[in-house]
Design a protein around this ligand. Structure first.
Ligand SMILES: [Fe+2]
Length: 197
């Protein structure tokens, strides 16, 4: 009941996409993340081949899996690449001013940091969040955290409110990923509660 959807799929990152992501201009993102973030906040517009991959999956997730009517259209609002060196990580965060978000892995290995999703601690699931009984087994019913081992080309899509984090990069290879935010345009409701975006 009342689940939080997480979409995971594997796609192909061509050597050309990898090179274009590496060639972007990176700056230290001291505001939120450890690691470096691109100056460009329109990376998917800068790399149309990557945008096509992301939007193929995002449209399937939102209109196919989630059954959101096609009168609502997904609109790219911003996208950025992240470069994590050895020791870099990303703390728990969600994406503001966005409806659906995601990340696609451009270059990573088994030691460059796993991606975790966390239940909002105020959101009760199998028990009131003030109780934490000893659990003999972690299952789909009782877990409050899900951890994914990224591979090159893995794409993860989720509601922007979903809290997530990235472990520190324990390898000496640079880890590259591209994250993105999308809005959902269209008309919501009718008469006195009509909202058109
Ligand atoms: Fe994020």
């Amino acid at each position: 009941m009342f689940s939080t959807p997480l979409y995971l799929a594997q796609d192909i990152i061509t050597p050309e996409i990898l090179q274009q992501v590496k060639d972007l201009n990176y700056i230290d993102d001291i505001k939120q993340y450890n690691g470096a973030c691109t100056e460009s906040q329109t990376v998917l517009e800068d790399i149309p081949e990557l945008r096509a991959i992301v939007e193929k999956h995002l449209n399937f997730f939102v209109h196919g899996e989630l059954s959101v009517d096609m009168q609502h259209r997904l609109r790219h609002t911003c996208s950025w690449a992240t470069r994590h060196l050895n020791g870099d990580s990303a703390h728990n965060h969600s994406h503001a001013h966005s409806v659906y978000s995601g990340v696609i892995y451009i270059q990573c290995n088994d030691n460059s940091g796993r991606l975790s999703f966390h239940n909002d601690t105020n959101h009760p699931t199998y028990i009131s969040p003030v109780f934490m009984p000893k659990l003999n087994e972690m299952t789909v019913l009782n877990s409050s955290e899900w951890t994914i081992q990224p591979k090159n080309g893995l794409i993860a899509l989720f509601p922007s409110t979903c809290v997530h984090s990235v472990e520190s990069n324990k390898s000496h290879e640079h880890r590259y990923s591209v994250a993105f935010n999308y809005w959902l345009d269209g008309s919501y409701g009718d008469f006195t509660n009509l909202l058109t975006l």
